[in-house]
Ligand binder design. Structure first.
Ligand code: ASP
Length: 429
């Protein structure tokens, strides 16, 4: 169990505060560089933006990604092998999937409703030179088949999260059935898990600098002119993201989990900032998992399964962008897709999130699939692509918040949430 492992005593105290300072400083520097035009060609850009900030950010990202595959594999093998009751796995999987799908459907419904009411695309002066070729999204059948690995080494080399999850669960199950051999292997995996978790804590020490570099670079390079005609779209997406993040999750935590949402949000600040700066739920996974176990008190048996699964398939923030974008594009092109069309959007966008990795910008690729499904022009994506990066950052923070909220609710229902750790504001920080 995670809480039984030694505490991080490697200088991680006050990490959240340091990460927040890194974010604030990065924002200030980025906006200043942008305002003075220093991110454009020239020595300042070469040295600061493409040099220091780029290198610092890239190293931080690499160190996060480096942890993902070993962490998920080892942690999930441990989690599955430690299940005292195999039937629990089915119940756990069922409840988690149900909640993930439910929150995504709520998210996209909110988004469509807000966009229909506010009409961000009405009277839009459609540019005629829009050129965007959406990538072809895989079919549902392929998505399902590809969940099952043919070669676990290949799956790990590719970082294919769903395949790694399937392999780890099978391996862990086999360990529980393999008697003394399984017990010996479990001891090895438990030791490996403790070491990798320690590594996560170690690498988190560079998070404040990494977050600073990533955020400063994005804001230095962001072309704010692109926002002018799309302000309404931007704010509708942002508004629904905030509503979902700060309204729906607290309500679910309170009603379904009987958990204090204020404490939850307090502890989620580090992963949220990392998600915001990396725009990748996948890269944020080590931080989300560590927060769920060490700070929110979720047992490894639940978190090791629900967090990697959520980082891969549960993307409420992405669904919100897709909902607003679909309505926006239909309004901008003057094509009414009707109530049936909107229902189709809810279904497709909810299903589309399955099997799509949590990496920057992937939401737009999935959007192409949704638009095709309801017969809207895929070129419409070209209208919003210029301002997608900032929204991507915010929606990724919402995505991982959803993973952690569902994880806490499921863990509470399973009796796998340590109430003392949850209630302790300083636990694991
Ligand atoms: N960047 C998002 C994530 O990793 C996905 C997306 O909406 O593009 O969660």
């Amino acid at each position: 169990m995670a809480s039984a492992e030694p505490q991080d005593d490697i200088g991680a105290s006050g990490l959240t505060r340091k990460i927040l300072v890194g974010m604030g400083a990065g924002l200030a520097l980025g906006l200043a560089l942008n305002a003075f035009g220093l991110a454009e060609a020239g020595y300042a850009s070469q040295l600061i933006v493409q040099g220091l900030l780029h290198v610092g950010g890239a190293i931080f990202l690499a160190s996060l990604k480096l942890l993902v595959v070993p962490l998920v594999l080892v942690s999930l093998v441990c989690g599955t092998a430690a299940l005292d009751d195999i039937s629990r796995l089915g119940r756990l999987g069922g409840r988690t999937m149900l909640l993930y799908l439910f929150t995504t459907a709520v998210a996209i419904t909110l988004a469509i409703t807000a966009a229909i009411l506010i009409q961000p695309g009405a009277g839009f002066d459609l540019p005629t030179d829009v050129q965007f070729q959406g990538r072809v999204a895989p079919s549902l059948a392929d998505t399902l088949i590809q969940i099952f690995p043919t070669n676990p080494i290949h799956a790990m080399a590719e970082g294919n999260m769903l395949q790694i999850i399937v392999f780890a669960v099978l391996f862990g199950l086999a360990m529980t059935m393999a008697g003394e051999a399984g017990a010996r292997m479990l001891r090895f995996f438990e030791d490996a898990n403790a070491v990798i978790m320690r590594l996560v804590g170690l690498l988190m020490r560079i998070a404040p600098i990494g977050v600073f570099c990533l955020i400063a670079k994005v804001f230095a390079e962001q072309g704010f002119e692109a926002f002018q005609p799309l302000l309404k779209y931007f704010f509708v997406v942002l508004g629904v993201l905030l509503l979902h993040g700060l309204g729906v999750y607290p309500a679910l935590l309170t009603v379904l989990g009987r958990l204090d949402p204020v404490m939850f949000f307090r502890k989620m600040r580090s992963p949220q900032v990392v998600a915001f700066s990396t725009a990748s739920s996948g890269a944020t996974l080590p931080v989300t998992l560590r927060t769920a176990e060490r700070r929110l008190g979720v047992d490894n048996r639940v978190a090791s399964f629900t967090i990697p699964l959520g980082a891969t398939i549960n993307m409420d923030g992405t669904a919100i962008m897709q909902g607003v974008a679909t309505v926006f594009i239909s309004q901008a092109y003057g094509i009414d897709i009707g109530p049936g069309g909107y229902l189709m959007v809810v279904l497709t966008a909810t299903l589309a999130s399955i099997g799509t990795a949590g990496v920057p910008g992937v939401g737009l690729i999935m959007l192409a699939m949704v638009l095709r499904q309801v017969g809207l022009p895929v070129e419409g994506i070209g209208l919003i692509i210029g301002i997608d990066r900032l929204l991507d950052m915010v929606r990724t923070a919402v995505n991982i918040t959803g993973d952690a909220a569902v994880t806490c609710i499921v863990a509470k229902g399973e009796g796998q949430l340590d109430a003392e750790i949850y209630a302790d504001p300083n636990a694991g920080n």
